[in-house]
Write a protein that binds this ligand. Structure first.
Ligand code: SAH
Length: 225
């Protein structure tokens, strides 16, 4: 049997990734991630398939990486933390994700909730994400190319909404599309002083919790092909 260079490279990544993946999971634990389901899903989700091949060897470092179109795949810790926050009150059926990007957060979510509705303003990024997730057999995701400032009204309300780009203010449409009892996790603020917010919709009001400082690419208006 003969191997192509390609196969050997894939195999190489496969072999180191088991060890390096374990190291990443341990690091997430050390940094306060306690949700075992989230940790398990992140252990088994191949993050190296979501970045450019040239960066695949860095995929299990706890760092954001470029994914093209001036965007980044979020740092694993922030993916774990936001997912843990979203799920902290129990399982969710419908979740809206704003900012599909490379689809990594989408893949993690899809394994933990009933259905994910994922919107992205850059069409080419979303198409690639969609192909990847189909190859990985992730089926419970619907995609829409649109401006996430508007949410996805036709399929609202959502028990969870997660925004993976930093907004100057909380988009009104997202507040409106949140179910009663639903949870919205969103980075808000000017570029260099964003805070992660958890907003819970109660019957007659929205309860805001301000969490840690974060740094995300901006939530921009409009769409791009
Ligand atoms: N969760 C993604 C994060 C990508 S970065 C990942 O880990 O890959 C943030 C993403 O939000 C980018 O892809 C960017 O294009 C997208 N984005 C920014 N503004 C948006 C908007 N108004 N509506 C939808 N997506 C938006």
């Amino acid at each position: 049997m003969s191997y192509q260079l390609d196969d050997l490279q894939r195999l190489g990544i496969g072999m180191t990734s088991q060890r390096t993946r374990e190291r990443l999971i341990q690091r997430l634990r050390d940094d306060g991630i306690t949700d075992e389901q989230v940790l398990e899903v992140m252990r088994s989700t191949p993050r190296h398939l979501f970045v450019d091949e040239a960066l695949a060897h860095r995929a299990y470092e706890d760092t954001a990486l470029p994914i093209g179109s001036n965007q980044t795949i979020s740092q694993p810790h922030i993916v774990a933390y936001m997912t843990q926050l979203l799920l902290a009150d129990g399982p969710l059926d419908k979740v809206l994700e704003v900012g599909t990007g490379c689809g990594y957060q989408t893949a993690v979510l899809a394994q933990l909730v009933g259905r994910v509705f994922s919107v992205e303003r850059i069409q080419s990024l979303q198409e690639r994400a969609q192909e990847r997730l189909a190859e990985l057999n992730v089926r419970n995701v619907l995609y829409r190319w649109c401006d996430g400032w508007e949410g996805w009204k036709a399929l609202a309300p959502y028990q969870g909404i997660i925004v993976t780009a930093g907004a100057k203010k909380v988009p009104q449409a997202l507040l409106e599309q949140l179910a009663i009892g639903g949870r919205l996790v969103i980075p808000v603020g000017e570029d260099d002083q964003q805070k992660l917010l958890l907003i819970i919709r109660e019957k007659n009001r929205y309860v805001h919790h301000t969490l840690n400082d974060v740094r995300f690419v901006p939530l921009l208006a409009g769409t791009l092909a």
